[in-house]
Design a protein around this ligand. Sequence first.
Ligand SMILES: [Zn+2]
Length: 1055
Amino acid sequence: MAEGMCSLLLLSLLLLCIVGSCELCHAWWNKDFCYDDEFCPGAVDYDTRGGPVAGKLNVHLVSHTHDDVGWLKTVDQYYVGSNNSIQVAAVQYILDSVILALQEDPNRKFIYVEQAFFQRWWREQSKHKRKIVKRLVKAGQLEFINGGWCMHDEASTHYIDMIDQTTLGHRYIKKQFNKVPRIGWQIDPFGHSAIQAYLLGAEVGFDAVFFGRADYQDIAKRRIDRTMEFVWQGSRTLGSTAQILGGVLNNRYSPPDGFEFDIQSAEPPIQDNPLLYDINVQEHVDSFVKFAVEQGKDFRTNHIMWTMGDDFTYENANTWFKQIDKLIHHVNKDGRVNAFYSTPSIYVDANHAENVTWPLKLDDFFPYADCPHCYWTGYFTSRPTLKRYVRQLSAYLQVARQLEFLIGKSKVGPTTDSLEEAMAVLQHHDGISGTEMQHVADDYAKRLALGAAEAEELVGSVLPILLSSKLEACYEKEINAGSGDTSRSPPEMSDSPVNKDTLLKVQQCALLNISYCPPTEADIVSGKSLVVVAYNSLGWAREELIRIPVTNSMLEVKDSKGNVIPSQLVPLSEGSEKVRNIYINGGSQNKDLIFYLVFYASVPPFGYNSYFVTTSMANNPNQARKSSVEKLDSGAVVLKSHDLTLTFSRNGQLMHFENHRTKTNASIEQSYCWYNASDGNTNKSRLQASGAYIFRPNSSTCFPIQDPDNYAPLKVIRGTLVDEIHQEISPWVFQVVRLVKTSEHVEVEFVVGPIPIEDELGKELVTKLRTNISSVGEFYTDSNGRDFVKRVRNYRSDWNYNVTEPVAGNYYPVNLGLYLKDNEKEVSLLVDRAVGGSSLTDGELEVMLHRRLLHDDFRGVDEALNESICIGNGVPCQGLVVQGQFFINIHPVGNAARWRRTQGQKIYSPLQLAFAVIPETNHSTITTPEFSSLIAGYELPPNIVIITLQELDEKNLLLRLAHIYEANEDAELSQVATINLENLFAHRKIDKLLELSLSANQLRSKMKTLKWKHESGAQMVGSPIRGARIKDGQFSIEIAPMEIRTLSIKFKNDN
Ligand SMILES: [Zn+2]
């Protein structure tokens, strides 16, 4: 305050005191002030220093902002601050403002999480500003926490995508700041997975993971037991070798009431100026101490954390920091508790130093409920087509990265970078979860489509080089230009010696899933061959049936050696035609007769094989066989493969499943039904409706789709390679049951929607399997597509569970599959995307496939989840139609893991098809019709998959090998596997090999994580096993069950 103003105040106060007594006068009279070089009473030099003090309750004040990577606004709108009529939020100003505020006082600290935003901002900063930020990071004033591209969802995400998005953020932080985030900060996701704890936590090198949301019953008990913080051991297999400190935050991620200091907050600021009215500083101090002491009772040490921030707060960082400065000063002057600027890392270190024993937590935190009728289990299925799109592109990204590595990453594009970034954005907890507004979901899909288009361009440019044997030519050029070293380095697309104009034109079909593929549907004229290239991104050789839509019924198929192979024509189902007509033909009927041409492709690992489809003369015995089609409306149906006999009821319901090879049989009835979504009461928010987040059926009844008295006619399609049953179960539920002759499982393809809402009832569609398995309340669901977690109906392992929602409260996230077992057999169901699933009655499994709702569920999104398709051209919009697949199998008990793991991997990574047309007489234009990038004859063992093969900017290869079996899951395959890495690279020689942490931002050997003492109670499967450390100069590596090893490889002759 200026001296002149002080004099004025002095005069005014003198006047006030003559007129009568007052608070201000009192303050003035009792103080010496406003002399030269002294402060007025309103001016305080706040003491913001401080740190933990022994013997006191220490309140760690953590300044933070929670910035959703898309929710009510798109990620870019949140960044720039547009569309503020929906939500006032602008991340660019948050970061601008925080950086200025941190410079004002070296004691102030701030944490930042979402790299999707930070990197947008960083790329816009001047050199000068970057220097300042680097200084703040170095000084510990700005700390990166969590540090992934987004704060990923934990229910509908696949572990490979979680690793990818975390790696993307961590690599930037490492490169720009040479920092390694220490703490997991999953403060907003709606439930927490075992994978998050042990894989994305401990294996990343985090010391702790904090979150804001846990079941309200769970939290109530944790407060009493003082188990809000615990040692979390998420892996049954890796056990004590992958533990982390877990913590439920005290007040979700907000400060206690009265301490929300945002510019938008309605709460009064701290007023400590005695010259002004409404002094409230003592009330704030008293309230601070009261909240702190109350919170302290629920926690084990004399350290507690306050999360000083909320959604998109700190747009004016000054309002927060100024108030917290005052708080720290006055609270510490008061002395009852000790407060200071802190970060979760400082808090964790302080807790660790206390050397206390923590409770042990196994399994996970699903499902999450925030009140008795509010189970957040709807989002496991919300936006099923967006969830499928993400899963499909997850696999495609792996394919594109493998091909990018083979040819060398281009500096000028196309690259896989934009798909990588789009996929990372989608993992956000309001992205793939389906809890964003519709316009944001549209933006997400657009980002994915643009990234996929670039990756497709990349794949389309690499395959012709491989097919025409030009890969060698590319390498030769490098060798000639180089030192003469015969070892090879990758050529680059940009300076490729290959004349692209002379290469084949390869096309891909992103809409093959809805039976649409222009190159295969075009008339294959006489004299031309349609080349079908099937790429296999797994390290195992595969023989699988592939299906392409064709319009010509006179076709034959040859393999790459010129031998005719068996093929079959299968008519499209009514369901497939319906979807195709909606999207391709604008709702009108397809004019051309469409079949699926099916044949076996035999594809080497990490490679491809080519097949040649040509027109065939009449009466040619090699021609694709037409399937027989029977229309049935009564009597049972039996389908047989080599080992299976499936019996269906006369209305097409699967009834019985028998495997002759394994001598197993079970009654399995498969059906569809729907729950009537609670409509709550729009006038009273506490009457909970089913919505994007929450699943709340208004009764436990699941209404059958099929009218038992009215049998829908069904078509039975039989052929030499595959049999199918096509059914229209209702006008909005279609199904194909497919039995491939060499297969031991059943594949079910469903087309559901538009869900009818004319009756004004929201509906949630499930498929149920009713079996004769005595499952005694138990079932198993996967954690993010990896470990399986045992679930017990109406039971929670951590507290005495009060059942208020018998259906929704038993739903769990499913990414890979779920199963039931008894003493004799197991029934498994595998899925093609994230869904919700349960077992509500012994012997039953169910998964939710689609939901269409008419009310908002009051968790902020303020829209009903009522997705529609609008294709334009004057065609009216209609409800979303979903197409997908699930897979069913039975096994003798203890023998099912092998199918679940192998088939699950194949579902995740389907053969990727590409097409070209060449002259029939000149198949020699394809000089390399079959290719594997592994050394000849090598394939990975059946328990190992490569989950990352990505060339990084530094020309290093990032390679992750994952063991896909848990301990004791399979007698033969739950063993340590050994891989000689040299076998993986037929075209390159390894020079250097380093093992990294899971997110590839530090050497594994340098990874130091805190060890935590815990109470006993660990459920271990023997002692955990880890692969041996890699010895210098050796390229052989051991991988133990459920282990993932992350490697950085440099090849010889790389620059
Ligand atoms: Zn959030």
